[in-house]
Design a protein around this ligand. Structure first.
Ligand SMILES: *[C@@H]1O[C@H](CO)[C@@H](O)[C@H](O)[C@H]1NC(C)=O
Ligand SMILES: *[C@@H]1O[C@H](CO)[C@@H](O)[C@H](O)[C@H]1NC(C)=O
Ligand SMILES: *[C@@H]1O[C@H](CO)[C@@H](O)[C@H](O)[C@H]1NC(C)=O
Ligand SMILES: *[C@@H]1O[C@H](CO)[C@@H](O)[C@H](O)[C@H]1NC(C)=O
Length: 300
């Protein structure tokens, strides 16, 4: 009885003395616990997101599940318009592969320059032919321009009117049903890319495209999404209606095509090859008169 009382007194004294430090320790420890919990939850959420992305990828490319996708209507003769040799595999790969695999579709490619020239024009031209061979585009369906009015430079805007006339000629003479090109941000805000958009937009505005010819532009995503590879799949699914995804085999083909552009394979393009979502998934947007008018109004 006595012993218990003594012990009790001692304890309460200690408690009084240690009251403040005890409080403090309690706050620190709960804060620590909170941080640990938060980090745990974030890690868990990230892991879960990655697992979802990988599962989604497998479901789509392997088991052909969830491919609810819109497809350009009546795509019989499709024309891809790019600015430089290597744009075709760096940006449009999954889409091109989807269409070259179809029996009822002719794929054409129009390239508006031979790249930064430094006397490499003919090398890059050959590289483009080789890369297209890997992708399944016939040599006779490839049109490469080396127009002296289309200098390959970042600071010189390509003349829109001349470009639209050139593009319009091809669309008419090939009886093109579907055009695919860059959107107005041109993937990397490269003005040679967006110039093509403006040229095609002016064709639509002036109603110079044949009836029924659909124009689709490659959606530019922000730099974070650009290098997210698989992790961009859910976002692309939420935000886009026309999507083309490359399977395992497609990725190998795209890497092989990219390897044809030997003169361009510097280290950052190699990194790009492995991490860019454009080499895995393309999302397109149909371009129509209302969107273009809105775009132009925003710009004014
Ligand atoms: C091409 O895309 C369509 C629809 O977007 C899809 O149904 C089809 O399976 C794809 N083809 C290939 C070979 O991936
Ligand atoms: C493109 O044109 C330039 C001059 O305009 C010429 O020097 C170059 O050889 C040409 N390249 C090809 C591939 O024809
Ligand atoms: C693209 O265009 C600009 C000028 O508009 C030019 O300086 C540049 O060299 C071109 N080509 C490339 C590959 O950047
Ligand atoms: C162009 O294609 C359409 C259908 O896709 C066809 O009806 C028309 O005859 C073709 N025109 C020419 C000139 O080949």
């Amino acid at each position: 009885m006595n012993r218990t009382l003594l012990a009790w007194e001692e304890l309460s004294q200690n408690l009084a003395l240690n009251d403040i430090s005890e409080h403090f320790r309690f706050i620190v420890s709960s804060l620590k616990q909170y941080l640990v919990d938060t980090v745990e939850h974030l890690t868990l959420a990230t892991a879960l997101y990655i697992v979802i992305c990988i599962t989604l990828y497998y479901c789509i490319v392997k088991w052909k599940l969830f491919v609810y996708n819109r497809d350009p209507r009546n795509a019989k003769r499709i024309l891809f318009i790019i600015a430089h040799p290597d744009d075709e595999c760096m940006f449009f790969g999954p889409t091109i592969l989807n269409f070259t695999k179809r029996d009822n579709c002719l794929v054409y490619l129009m390239c508006l320059s031979t790249g930064r020239n430094y006397g490499m024009g003919s090398i890059r031209k050959n590289e483009l032919y080789n890369s297209c061979k890997v992708l399944g585009i016939k040599p006779c369906n490839i049109f490469i321009h080396n127009h002296s009015n289309l200098p390959d430079a970042m600071d010189v805007r390509w003349p829109t009117e001349l470009l639209s006339r050139l593009i319009s000629q091809y669309i008419d003479s090939l009886n093109i049903t579907t055009v695919v090109t860059f959107d107005r941000y041109g993937v990397s805000n490269h003005c040679n890319h967006s110039c093509i958009y403006y040229a095609v937009a002016s064709l639509i505005l002036d109603r110079r495209l044949p009836r029924g010819c659909g124009v689709y532009v490659l959606e530019t995503v922000n730099i974070l999404r650009k290098y997210w590879l698989l992790l961009d799949i859910p976002l692309s699914f939420i935000f886009s209606r026309f999507r083309y995804m490359g399977g395992f085999e497609d990725r190998k083909i795209l890497h092989r095509a990219m390897n044809q552009h030997k003169s361009q394979l510097v280290w950052f393009r190699r990194i790009y090859m492995y991490f860019s979502r454009y080499m895995l998934i393309n999302s397109l947007q149909q371009m129509n008169l209302v969107d273009i008018e809105l775009d132009l109004e925003i710009e004014d």
